[in-house]
Design a protein around this ligand. Sequence first.
Ligand SMILES: [Zn+2]
Length: 136
Amino acid sequence: MPASRLSHDDVTALSRAIYARIEVMKSDLRQGLHRTQDPAAMGLANHLEETDDAAVADLLLATEIAEIQRDAAELKMLQTARKRLQDGSYGDCTDCGTAIPFARLQAQPAASRCVPCQEAAEKLAVGGGATPPRSL
Ligand SMILES: [Zn+2]
């Protein structure tokens, strides 16, 4: 195992941070949705309590409320990170496969790319306006 890979303790600490952040985002979203007073949005808030399905994050992203979209985007990243923790791919860059430095993951536990790949993806996203391609 190369030294740059995350230790078991590192993964435990990061996964705690991710799970805690998911709860924070869900609570923020719930409050934000209730504030809208929009029956459809409030329905989504109830949905949020009963399922962790990524489909809920997609529905939230489809709302036209900037605050909700921002939280939903983060929730979706966190859910993806949680899935990667479960399948063991967490900590590896989704684009180039190298280990993402622990310091970066500490600052951004949901990061799925190393810094160079993230910068490249952001450039692509700005240029094309589309979701950056993801390779396995
Ligand atoms: Zn990379």
